[in-house]
Ligand binder design. Sequence first.
Ligand code: HEM
Ligand code: HEM
Length: 194
Amino acid sequence: MNRTTATEKLKRQNTAFKSLMILHWLMAAFIFLLFLTGVFVAHFSQVGLLARLSPFLHQSFGMLFLMLLIARIFLLLRLLRYKYSRRSPKVTPNWLKATILHSSLYFFMLIAPLSGFFLRNFIGLDTTLLGIPLPSVFVSDDRWVELTRDSHFWSSYIFLVFIFLHVLTYWKVVWINVRRRFIDLRKASSKKES
Ligand code: HEM
Ligand code: HEM
């Protein structure tokens, strides 16, 4: 491969990684909102305005999350193609650990919203995305309600445990980057002043 093609490929890989990270932080914000509204839906649904607002927001955030996830999977596959088209990954214990943890996070990113959507199907409730009704996949059926309710509960809270493990792994990296940016900004502003 000539040098121009290799540089072009690296550029594309960096762009794909940047876009993936934008989706990463956007979806992390959605997850925070989903846990907040989810607890309201399950435990405080008798309280006035919240009884209407929390399911509306929870479903809408959840379905938007599912759409962003599809875009994220496409971006990830593209990034992996750029990264490993010429050589396979070096399988080290650290690589294996990160791959297992990230795959588990993707698994729960899919199962948590799907089980919530199926739960509403089985209860016989419509799901809306910002007020737009979405077609159901299953007809209402009492026999499946408990199973899907338990699946939604457990997939959400096990997901939270994996998020916690992930944050524990990366908080140092993020903190070092934030500090480096802050120091660069201070240097730039003191240069301007002098
Ligand atoms: C990543 C996406 C999602 C997460 C992390 C999430 C999380 C949660 C959490 C933490 C609860 C409270 C559980 C409890 O403490 O009992 C909850 C409840 C609920 N969620 Fe979700 N949710 C997601 C997506 C969805 C979607 C897409 C829907 C439906 C379209 C949905 C429907 C529901 C319903 C109906 C409840 C009430 C369950 C009950 O009555 O016990 N969720 N969710
Ligand atoms: C809230 C839910 C979160 C989920 C579901 C999540 C999931 C993931 C996943 C699957 C990746 C692999 C890249 C990708 O495919 O997107 C990743 C990368 C990363 N995450 Fe998170 N993450 C979350 C929150 C956080 C938080 C709060 C931090 C800060 C400590 C963080 C720091 C990072 C970093 C630094 C990377 C880049 C790793 C690399 O250089 O390849 N994540 N995250």
